[in-house]
Design a protein around this ligand. Structure first.
Ligand SMILES: Cc1cc2nc3c(=O)[nH]c(=O)nc-3n(C[C@H](O)[C@H](O)[C@H](O)COP(=O)(O)OP(=O)(O)OC[C@H]3O[C@@H](n4cnc5c(N)ncnc54)[C@H](O)[C@@H]3O)c2cc1C
Length: 385
């Protein structure tokens, strides 16, 4: 029987089709109709934690994670179907997203059995919220420039330095940090990954106010923080390999992405139909049509990557292509809305206002657009450096 995943008609295996139908019903019955309070506030974060617990208890957290780690034992197609249906149902933002998409899978690959047992089930139940501590004031695109130092003394790392742009850092319990254990200036050699408990003495978390006014982001200051050596993930001085695997998972396919873009496109099309003077509609419709064609291509790419991942192929350089393509499409859609309707589309706190800022952030997090252009030029097109 033919069903859809990522908007394309493919034959879904019967078990996946049943899963999709069950999921649709569950989401229709459980997604909070008016959404949840803003996840960047204390009250909102608590509500999102409780929602994550609801998802977990219903069997929808860690769909592709093995059962031994508390997951549902499914596969990447289950994850893709979930991502798509969840966005269609307008489910709340996932505060466990970094854990589910890339921190947990990296611990599965590089962590010891004891670490996996200790951390993974609690991640899935949102008992512990995990954040990513890679970026520093002097190390973003140039990740090998990391300066936060960790000295190994008597079975403990003593960590000093600063992390920044830590998503949900204000509320997180743990940070998955990349630190320097080798000589200063050693670039990608002499780095190590540590799981740091953010309740440890010497940790100071300072919220960062973002352009849209929300404050879930944080800077994390580490002063003489003691981290037991059994919280090292991967080998001492071999953190670069762990970090690269993590970033590759971070850029893995997100089947929910095209659904979100489609929702934005349809909302804008609705506004054009309702509000634009008749003599401007034809030109606006041409722009919307061009965006719809790009959305179709974005979906097709995403679908191809989901299928490749399902068949066990690692996420390759195509992630850079899709990230570039989707972030530019999202930005252009927001710009089109502003061109057509001006600032009145950007009432503070509205969905369009948040989209305006998120579309800019989309060209920065997980590797900036300029860096992705370099990757495509180098590894896809083979252009000289
Ligand atoms: C919404 C959001 C969430 C984030 N969450 C996290 C998080 O949870 N944890 C975390 O560790 N980090 C996080 N980050 C940080 C993110 O990873 C960095 O912002 C990103 O890697 C860029 O680093 P930077 O900000 O230091 O900019 P820089 O690297 O200083 O770049 C500045 C400018 O120079 C350009 N540039 C840099 N190098 C090159 C080059 N070689 N060629 C051409 N142009 C170049 C960049 O494209 C950019 O335009 C987040 C960022 C955002 C926006």
């Amino acid at each position: 029987m033919v069903e859809t995943v990522s908007g394309m008609r493919i034959a879904l295996p019967p078990a996946h089709r049943e899963f999709q139908e069950r999921l649709r019903t569950w989401l229709a019955e459980h997604v909070p109709p008016g959404g949840l309070p803003d996840a960047d506030t204390d009250e909102g974060f608590r509500a999102h934690r409780a929602w994550e617990r609801t998802l977990h208890d219903a069997g929808y957290a860690g769909l592709s994670w093995p059962r031994e780690h508390g997951g549902a034992g499914g596969d990447l197609l289950h994850e893709a179907l979930f991502a798509e249906e969840y966005e269609r149902a307008r489910g709340p933002v996932r505060i466990t997203r970094p854990a589910l998409r890339f921190l947990g899978p990296t611990i599965m690959r590089f962590g010891t059995p004891a670490q996996q047992q200790r951390w993974l089930p609690r991640m899935l139940r949102a008992e512990d919220i995990w954040s990513q501590g890679f970026s520093e004031p002097e190390a973003g695109s140039d990740l090998a420039g990391i300066r936060t130092r960790a000295e190994l003394r008597d079975g403990r790392y003593v960590v000093d330095g600063q992390k920044t742009w830590t998503t949900y850092g204000r509320f997180a319990d743990w940070v998955f940090a990349l630190v320097r254990t080798g000589p200063a200036g050693g670039r990608h050699r002499g780095l190590t990954c540590l799981a740091i408990d953010l309740r440890s003495p010497g940790v100071q978390v300072r919220p960062v106010r973002q352009a849209h006014g929300r404050t879930g982001f944080a800077e994390v200051f580490l002063t003489g923080v003691e981290v037991p050596a059994d919280q090292r993930i991967g080998d001492h001085d071999d953190g670069w390999a762990v970090a690269m695997a993590l970033l590759s998972s971070e850029r893995g396919p997100d089947a929910g992405g095209p659904v979100r873009t489609e929702q934005r496109l349809l909302a804008l099309a609705g506004q054009v139909a309702r509000e634009l003077p008749a003599d401007q509609v034809a030109a606006a419709t041409r722009e919307l049509g061009a965006a719809a064609a790009r959305l179709h291509a974005y979906r097709a790419h995403t679908h191809r990557r989901v299928a490749a991942g399902w068949q066990g192929e690692p996420a390759g350089v195509e992630s850079s292509v899709v990230k570039l393509y989707s972030s530019e499409l999202d930005l252009d859609l927001v710009e089109l809305g502003v061109d057509l309707f001006g600032d009145r589309r950007l009432a503070e706190g509205s969905a369009e206002y948040l989209d305006f800022w998120h579309s800019r952030a989309g060209r920065v997090y997980g590797g900036t657009a300029e860096v992705q252009h370099n990757v495509v030029a180098d590894r896809v097109l083979g252009l000289p450096r």
